[in-house]
Write a protein that binds this ligand. Structure first.
Ligand SMILES: [Zn+2]
Ligand SMILES: [Zn+2]
Length: 214
């Protein structure tokens, strides 16, 4: 599997293009906007986009989903259904942040913890990680040791939990009880900022490190 990061929207959200290098079929994860950049990147890599995967319903992650779906006539998978209220509010989120017009959508498939999604011949595991939003999901390739974690975890930080239905305790538990057991050697692409590994964050992230920095 291969992956590249395409920063999109004024929030510099890390949209990911991932693909199976055997079939050259790929998925766009979190097309928040700037669809021309995303499609150009796919074209440059020779990737045929076969689906859209969504980590959560925030504007910078999901804002371009409906338009990309209609342009390419491809299905949407994710997030978990608990984020439906965020997706339904995409037009209002847009107006509030001064983004170009955005549309709500209904995924072909809502995802549950323990589901798998395919990209070409690759398989990713779905981990439901509520806290930042109630329906946030993370995609993990255990063969490639890479995770796409959206706004759950960042290098040196964690997602905000001051939104409606955000929950700080749920977020900590999602990270410690669901992500850490996948292994210290998992590299992750966060929704914003630089890549890191679970092991590095267990050591040095002040919010979720094993040692309490008090
Ligand atoms: Zn978010
Ligand atoms: Zn974000």
């Amino acid at each position: 599997m291969k992956a590249i990061i395409i920063p999109v929207t004024p929030f510099e959200q890390n949209c990911s293009l991932i693909w199976c290098d055997k079939t050259m079929k790929g998925a766009v994860i979190d097309p928040g906007g700037d669809l021309d950049h995303i499609m150009e990147a796919a074209k440059n890599q020779g990737v045929e986009i076969e689906k859209i995967l969504i980590t959560h319903g925030h504007l910078d992650h999901a804002g371009g989903t409906k338009e990309l779906k209609e342009k390419l006539n491809i299905p949407i998978e994710g997030p978990h259904k608990a984020d439906k209220f965020w997706i339904d509010q995409l037009p209002e989120q847009c107006a509030r942040y001064g983004f170009p017009e955005s549309f709500s959508f209904t995924p072909e498939r809502w995802l549950e913890d323990g589901d798998t999604v395919t990209v070409g011949e690759e398989t990713l595991n779905v981990v439901h990680c509520p806290g930042h939003t109630p329906g946030h999901v993370v995609f993990v390739s255990m063969t490639e040791k890479v995770a796409i974690v959206g706004d759950v975890l960042f290098q040196g930080s964690i997602g905000r939990t001051d939104f409606p239905q955000g929950n700080h305790e749920d977020l900590l538990s999602s990270i410690r009880d669901k992500l850490w057991p996948l292994g210290d050697d998992i590299a992750f692409i966060p929704g914003h900022g630089n890549m890191s590994t679970f092991g590095q964050e267990r050591q040095s992230n002040p919010f979720v490190a094993d040692m309490n920095f008090g």
